[in-house]
Design a protein around this ligand. Structure first.
Ligand SMILES: Nc1ncnc2c1ncn2[C@@H]1O[C@H](COP(=O)(O)OP(=O)(O)OP(=O)(O)O)[C@@H](O)[C@H]1O
Length: 679
């Protein structure tokens, strides 16, 4: 089973098997239920999941690619959904299986499983190892967790942080600091991945710390052969996302609230990526979360994604919300929406908030869907909600303008419902902010005055870096890799430490460290932007003062700058950036009209200023960055963070969108920079 043609991701659900019959039967008796309608049984191209709560007369339905019921186990899901992906990995593609859902909905059970019922990752590893043995491939694994948007190496006893280096031009991701350990048997794998089993035959979660919630990721690399310099053929990711929990319901302390919020944000970010991929959108917001950045070279292109929405076995608000997100990301270009009155979630449009908003702690880059005709009620804070809804509507309108025209007419009818969908998200945000405020930590979260507020930063113009579909692998095995063998390594009890050391990326690390050192900010030696800008300003002033005030329009037969006969009347228009003019002396000596000379020179000035500005962003110290208009403490910190992960994160002005500025804001900032020179 694969995704519907034209879509990159297949979106299925798994209803958690009954674990506590008492509770389940109480739920059933109280009129809370969840059921699946499969029009063509197992062969259904899409199914509908129904949620009902008789006490509130609430009924919701969501359309998904498929849904596995309570009695259908991991083995069935594996054989139908995951096995075909493994074949693709051995053919050179990447595959990703992601389990997400409300807390306690069975995500870990699906991915890791138990001793009696192995999960998808364990079943996949068994299959991969058997295929590797037959074909002489080398298998290595990496395990990581993402907590509060920071990734940590789980196979490293010291849990070092993992950095994501993006080489967008080559479509590669390097996970700096993430160990790879060779695995030859399923026992070895289980020791590493599951960290042993507890006495109740339940899988012990990786890094099982109390009150600690994080996303857990496993990467299985398939290498061509045992040669240490072999390039990886393909890789398979398994991700067990931290459970979704409505931020309004459980918010005991600031730390948990913040953690919860970060988790929810990254779930939304992932959904946004899957939605964008499935809808074939030109921009995919990979950079909105650490997870999507880490997975970037496994998503898109010819790679395969399986999204598994884990649902509690009876009606539960959080599960319902997860199903709505699943249904939304399931929406693809080829899915026919048959009847405009049919109340299914697949008929709603998403609202995607800005990348900046998603980076403000406590905010949600939300993807919210709303069923037609159903309103989510928010009794408290009506005034705020109304204001938010209006703002939300505005945002929706903005977003609408940026979407493709074919969607426009269909979406207009839904705007009212979207407002209430937005209410859900905004209200969640408001309550979060209120709680933050009352707990006294809001101040630390609010952007500095000179920055636009998160909501103002939302703009339809804000887009992400264009997708570079790629199958390229994130790294190759290091030159000095020492593959652990039977002689120096006890198979039954793998020595994680020594394996990790054996696989440390000596050469790569040195190179990266070198680059890191190069990037270290030297407070005293930031480029003197003010001086350069002043110089540019002086040149510009000089030019303006020496330019005739009355520009002569040449006749139609005038010889143009390039010596060709001009056939059109010259109008003041933006000159081509490729104008072959090197400096003002060349311009002055060229037999061209003063207007063209001025235009060419201005264009060059503009380019110089932009180059200088970009260079400044890539190298300046935090203090110097904050001297720029529109850059406050938060953005300056974020810029430094980006620079740690990529040598030159800013290549052009458009890249400023990565720090939450809209195209309009970027223009405004540049105007102010220029204007400031003439003060
Ligand atoms: N299909 C199933 N059959 C039997 N027990 C299950 C099943 N799915 C989940 N469980 C049990 O339900 C409990 C919660 O499951 P699990 O830990 O997988 O949820 P989770 O979604 O990963 O939780 P969290 O949100 O805390 O990460 C566990 O005790 C698990 O063994």
């Amino acid at each position: 089973m694969g995704p519907i043609q034209g879509r990159k991701a297949r979106v299925i659900a798994k209803i958690k098997g009954f674990t506590d019959l008492k509770t389940e039967s109480v739920d059933e008796a109280s009129g809370k239920w969840i059921s699946v309608h499969k029009p063509k049984g197992d062969d259904s191209e899409s199914v509908t999941v129904y949620f009902g709560d008789q006490s509130t007369s609430r009924k919701e339905s969501y359309e998904l690619d498929y849904c596995y019921d309570r009695n259908e186990g991991n083995a069935l899901v594996f054989s139908r959904e995951v096995k075909p992906l493994i074949e693709d990995v051995f053919k050179g593609h990447n595959a990703t299986v992601i389990a997400y859902g409300a807390r306690g909905s069975g995500k870990t059970y699906v991915i890791q499983g138990s001793e009696e019922e192995p999960g998808l990752a364990v079943l996949a590893m068994t299959e991969i190892l058997s295929m590797a043995e037959k074909t002489g491939k080398l298998i290595t694994i990496s395990c990581y967790e993402i907590s509060k948007d920071h990734a940590f190496d789980l196979l490293d006893p010291e849990r070092h942080e993992v950095l994501v280096w993006e080489d967008i031009a080559r479509g590669k991701i390097q996970l700096k600091g993430l160990s790879q350990v060779p695995v030859k048997s399923i026992q070895e794998f289980q020791k590493l991945y599951l960290s042993g089993h507890n006495s109740q035959k339940q899988p012990q979660k990786i890094l099982a710390e109390p009150h600690h919630r994080s996303h857990k990721g496993l990467i299985i690399h398939v290498f061509h052969s045992n040669k240490s310099d072999a390039l990886p053929l393909g890789k398979m990711n398994f991700v067990d996302l931290a459970g979704y929990e409505d931020a309004r319901r459980k918010s005991t302390d600031g730390v948990n609230l913040l953690e919860n919020n970060k988790i929810n944000k990254s779930i939304y970010a992932l959904q946004n990526v899957v939605y964008a991929l499935n809808a074939n959108e030109s921009h995919v917001p990979y950079r909105e979360s650490k997870l999507t950045r880490m997975l970037r070279d496994s998503l898109g292109g010819t790679n395969k994604i399986l999204m598994v929405a884990c649902l509690n076995s009876s009606f539960c608000q959080d599960s319902l919300y997860m199903a709505s997100l699943a249904s939304r990301s399931c929406k693809g270009i080829n899915r026919v929406i048959p009847d405009s009155t049919k109340k299914t979630k697949s008929m709603v449009r998403p609202m995607v908030l800005s990348s900046y908003k998603s980076r403000i702690p406590g905010s949600h880059s939300a993807t919210v869907t709303k069923q037609i005709g159903t309103r989510v009620r928010f009794p408290e804070n009506k005034a705020n909600v109304k204001a938010s809804a209006i703002k939300g509507r505005k945002l929706f309108d903005e977003a609408c303008h940026s979407t493709k025209s074919k969607k426009a007419s269909q979406e207009e009818n839904l705007s009212l419902d979207i407002v209430s969908a937005i209410e859900h998200n905004i209200q969640e945000e408001l309550s979060f902010m209120q709680e933050k405020y009352s707990s006294g930590i809001l101040e630390a979260l609010v952007p500095p005055v000179e920055e636009p507020s998160p909501l103002e930063a939302v703009s339809a113009e804000e887009t992400d870096v264009p997708v570079k579909a790629s199958n390229t692998q994130e790294t190759k095995l290091p030159d000095k890799v020492v593959v652990a063998n039977k002689h120096n390594h006890d198979e039954a009890t793998p020595n994680i430490d020594s394996n990790v050391k054996a696989l440390s990326f000596v050469g790569a690390d040195q190179a990266m460290d070198k680059e890191n050192n190069f990037l270290l900010v030297n407070e005293n030696e930031s480029p003197p932007i003010s001086a350069r800008l002043q110089e540019l300003s002086n040149n510009l002033k000089l030019l303006v003062s020496s330019t005739p005030s009355c520009v002569e329009i040449p006749s139609k037969t005038d010889v143009s700058l390039y010596g060709q006969v001009s056939t059109e009347i010259l109008e003041p228009k933006t000159p081509e950036p490729s104008l072959p003019v090197n400096d003002k002396w060349e311009i002055a000596n060229t037999n061209c009209s003063p207007w063209k000379a001025l235009s060419a020179y201005s264009s060059r000035m503009k380019n110089s200023l932009v180059d200088e500005y970009i260079r400044f962003l890539n190298t300046a110290s935090k203090e110097d960055l904050k001297r720029l208009k529109g850059i406050g403490e938060k953005r300056a910190t974020y810029i430094l963070e980006l620079r740690k992960e990529s040598p030159e994160p800013f290549k052009n002005l458009d890249d400023l969108k990565e720090i939450g500025l809209s195209a309009k804001q970027i223009k405004g900032i540049m105007r102010k920079e220029i204007g400031g020179l003439f003060n």
